[in-house]
Design a protein around this ligand. Sequence first.
Ligand SMILES: *Cc1c(COP(=O)(O)O)cnc(C)c1O
Length: 471
Amino acid sequence: MKEQLRQIPPIHELQHTAEFNRFISSRNLTFEKGTDLVKESVTHIRTLIQKGVWNGPIPESDLFIGSIFTLATFLEEEKLSLSLHRVINASGTILHTNLGRARLGRETIEHMCNVASSYNNLEYDIKNGNRGSRHTHAEKFICELTGAESAMVVNNNAAAVFLILTALAKNKEVIVSRGELVEIGGSFRVSTIMEESGAKLVEVGTTNKTHLQDYHRQLGEETAMIMKVHQSNFIMKGFTSSVDTGRLAELANEHDQVIYYEDLGSGALYDFSNHGIGNEPLVRKVIDQGADLVSFSGDKLLGGPQAGIIAGRKKIIDLLKKHQLARVLRVDKMTLAALEMTLLHYLKEEEHKIPAINDITRPKEEILQQAMSLVKQLMQKDGTFKLEIVEGKSRIGGGTMPEVELDTYLISILEHRLSLHEFHERLRVSEPSIITRIQQERLLIDLRTVSMEEQEEVIDVLVTINKELDR
Ligand SMILES: *Cc1c(COP(=O)(O)O)cnc(C)c1O
């Protein structure tokens, strides 16, 4: 091994080879940049030889120099590769947090590109020719859709919760039911965020039961807020009770300084229960019932960009807009553009243009049709896969409506030369990446969130995998 390491040509020799000149001119690199890449390549190969895992040509051979430059080329390509990739989500989870939650509709993307690719009136009042506020843009639509007096948008719902607690309850008490002290996605914990904000958490009730009296007893001079947190990612069954919005709002109302705030988590603007899907409270209804303040995510059930939407009484929202943290947590023009267009779809009752809404409400018969067309097309191109259409369930995801299972049809697919896990991985690392799921010893494709164009790509990838295995 020592001998092999000694045989590796030094960098100054490599710099004077024809391969080096070809490498830097073909990749359009400066001499220095090319040298750095060659050094990196040699170091890498050296390590592989030391570890005894180098399986390229041995340093004495003529081919060896070639492999140094092949690796250098690869390293350069890797440095220039983008990190974010498009992924085809065939997992059957619609608001998959790991896969970017809601995808955006065509008109939303167009509006976003339009606004971002030129100057715009983000903070400019065109009518009066003077400074405007970025808060005005989505506000009109949010108020129209929720019935709130006022609204604002921040980075995400976690930011909204933090801003609200910091601005309105620092060094004061916030009463929350023990049954609502949730943790979401492993990184958002109500009790922790409360501590960070400087608000004092006052827990009331027990894990499974909280009564109006429990809140009543804790109300005092120090109380700034009664907060209700939507349970989002879990459900309580059996011997449980909680106090509803109307009664809590009424209780808070009896005390001048006490604000009633609901962290709705998902925040539905569309009534999914009309399709028999869950019983997520509509934002409008919560405000109707007397909540002073609500907050919810832009990219969960709403189906828009990542954002935190705060809606409620003007007097309170004005305080929030003026707070220093509002500046820290503010959103970009692209977010506002995407949010505004998504909201407009609701106002025009064109919810089918919002992919998340469309995917959640797709009837299983339509998915069956799509599955049959995929199976037929694939069999015409390649008869070696074992395919079967089976009934199954899709999930909403994003910590939303955890109890809801949507009926769907799945394609179970078997490739006889690959194990389930190998096949799953092969699809994952394909171009484009396809995310499937393994369940009950089957590899399953759920087409609920797969468009017709993406379906073509799925077929192409499968055919390619087979061809590669044949080789
Ligand atoms: C998801 C969720 C959050 C966090 O919202 P993000 O938009 O992901 O920051 C906060 N509270 C509740 C109840 C949630 O469900």
